[in-house]
Design a protein around this ligand. Structure first.
Ligand SMILES: C[S@@+](CC[C@H](N)C(=O)[O-])C[C@H]1O[C@@H](n2cnc3c(N)ncnc32)[C@H](O)[C@@H]1O
Length: 225
């Protein structure tokens, strides 16, 4: 059984061909995609030997090894593009995800990207829109006291800009209860930042104040600052 974070990634896989799970670690996601029939074949890749051995164990124990290719690769460098319809990059920092995408020309050929940054989601969104990748969907999931962002994107070649608010918080479905809960969490953070910076960094304080104001509207909360 997958965690909510990995389940959200799995739900966004198109199932039209081969999914490549980059940084697969134990291959829990790759194994589930085979087990539940979303994919007939998967590629489980990782930059390190240890995780790849763990991936092999998981897939072997589940009787799914014959449907998986295990590839030692830094990002997508050693991964063949043939038949790959989906690329999942989950559980890594936003900057690492950007590097992996930057180094792979074939992801621009209609590949469905499922990206789950642990940090710097705003940087990743900015990179995606600046390089012509459409963000089709964005989900927020909560696990314990943490919230995770999952982004589904595909290259269109059309560059666009995001507002500061969209850069910071994406375009999730604000009617979703988890998204609102996440919004309230971020709201209190922005309000604190805005207050703390008011004297020494008025411009930054204004920036966070504006984010808080817009967010308060999205979360249906009364602004009380
Ligand atoms: C925290 S684990 C995430 C595992 C799984 N994807 C998940 O989300 O639960 C990060 C994995 O990514 C791998 N990794 C880190 N940088 C990588 C890179 N440049 N290319 C491929 N794999 C990488 C690590 O070796 C590790 O197994």
């Amino acid at each position: 059984m997958l965690t909510k974070r990995l389940s959200a990634c799995a739900e966004l896989v198109s199932g039209k061909g081969i999914a490549c799970d980059v940084g697969t670690d134990h291959a829990y996601l790759a194994a589930e995609l085979l087990r539940n029939g979303t994919c007939r074949e998967v590629i489980a890749s990782d930059v390190a030997e240890g995780p790849l051995q763990a991936a092999e164990r998981t897939l072997r124990q589940a009787g799914l090894l014959s449907k998986a290719q295990l590839i030692l690769s830094d990002g997508l460098m050693q991964v063949p593009s043939d038949g790959v319809t989906d690329v999942i990059i989950a559980g890594m920092g936003g900057e690492t995800i950007i590097h992996i995408l930057e180094d792979c020309p074939w992801i621009k050929g209609g590949v469905n990207l499922i990206l789950q940054p642990m940090t710097k989601a705003s940087l990743l969104r900015e990179w995606l829109c600046g390089k012509g990748f459409d963000i089709h969907e964005e989900r927020i999931v909560s696990e314990g006291k943490f919230f995770y962002t999952v982004i589904k994107a595909m290259f269109s070649g059309k560059k666009y800009t995001l507002s500061d608010f969209e850069k910071e918080l994406g375009r999730p479905d604000w009617s979703d209860e988890t998204v609102k809960e996440y919004g309230r969490f971020r709201l209190s953070h922005y309000r604190k930042l805005s207050q703390q910076m008011a004297a020494a960094l008025p411009e930054a304080a204004e920036y966070y104040g504006k984010l808080a104001e817009e967010l308060a509207g999205k979360c249906s909360e009364e602004e009380d600052t």
